[in-house]
Design a binder for this molecule. Structure first.
Ligand SMILES: [Zn+2]
Length: 319
């Protein structure tokens, strides 16, 4: 216990997760001294929630989601700072007790944030989908960083539709896979510039930490999910379990994300499947698409990630 900081013996959970509450944890499993933290790094809509939920199905692994909302939800009315799946019911991981502790404890970057979540879950691996460097700088940079990179064309369009489309009927249709809008030059430029700036910042931060870095292409992952998940499990140092890929059937407890996996409407684009987001193809003009794929600065940023690509992925084929 000496390595678990900030949690007094009397505050520890007498019985942690049992085999009935999280299927992959052996009965009687308690907190392990060695906790490994894995931080997913990427821009918004990079597939971090998908990755978080899939990794949560690996042995002794909890995908904790966007944990910063536990203390930041007061700034965003869409976020409750509670388990997204359990909603208001008592969550076996993010219990009121844990949430209160995390909220009242002074936030330090010594890792106690992750350790408290690890103890509450009974897991040896805590995966975070907090994504942004500033959150990891607050809570402690995870031991391993999993950088998610998405085709910039898809990324720019998904960012732009949230920025420029009001949450009305158009948005609903888009979420179902419809292609009913286009970007003006001005909107396109703003979306492109934002992508480039944020991508550069995230890559620079990741390279400047001394942590182990692995890069996963979202597009390659969704088309070769088993292969990539095997490589990720090996990189983390845990066993692969193909049931993790059917994450909608697994027991999930995580903070954040805009919708629950269990309650996701069946007409949504990503309903119960892992698939490539090709909706940008009907939004970008050929010129806009070409502008992105031929841009020197785009290639420069992608090349910085190449040495860290996990396994035999192709980073970006721009097909
Ligand atoms: Zn829960």
């Amino acid at each position: 216990m000496s390595e678990i900081k900030k949690v007094k013996k009397s505050q520890q959970w007498p019985t942690l997760m049992t085999s009935t509450s999280l299927g992959h944890i052996p009965e009687g499993a308690g907190p392990k001294k060695e906790l490994t933290t894995v931080g997913i790094v990427g821009l918004d809509y990079c597939g971090s929630t998908l990755m978080n939920n899939i990794l949560s199905g690996l042995p002794s692994c909890i995908g904790a989601g966007e944990t910063h909302w536990i203390i930041d939800s007061k700034h965003n009315s869409n976020q409750r700072g509670r388990c997204t799946e359990c909603y208001t019911q008592d969550c076996p991981v993010f219990s009121n007790k844990l949430l209160e502790e995390l909220k009242t404890e002074q936030i330090t970057n010594d890792g106690s944030w992750w350790e408290n979540i690890g103890i509450a879950s009974g897991c040896e691996i805590v995966v975070s989908a907090d994504k942004r460097p500033r959150h990891y700088d607050r809570f402690g940079v995870p031991d391993k960083l999993l950088f998610m990179i998405k085709d910039p064309r898809a990324h720019i369009v998904s960012w732009a539709k949230r920025k420029f489309l009001q949450p009305d009927q158009n948005m609903k249709k888009y979420n179902q896979g419809a292609d009913n809008f286009s970007l003006t030059d001005e909107q396109f430029n703003e979306a492109f510039t934002t992508w480039l700036r944020d991508t550069r910042k995230h890559i620079s931060w990741s390279l400047n930490t001394s942590k182990e870095l692995a890069v996963v292409s979202l597009e390659y992952f969704v088309e070769n999910d088993e292969e990539v998940l095997k490589d990720i499990a090996k990189w983390i140092g845990i066993e692969f379990d193909d049931k993790a890929l059917e994450y909608w059937d697994n027991d999930l407890h995580y903070i954040g994300s805009n919708h629950s996996v269990k309650r996701l409407n069946k007409d949504r684009y990503f309903f119960k499947q892992v698939k490539r987001d090709r909706r940008w193809e009907n939004v970008l003009t050929p010129e806009q698409s070409e502008f992105i794929t031929s841009h020197e600065k785009v290639h420069y940023q992608l090349n910085r990630l190449k040495p860290f690509i996990l396994g035999s992925q192709v980073l970006m084929d721009f097909d």
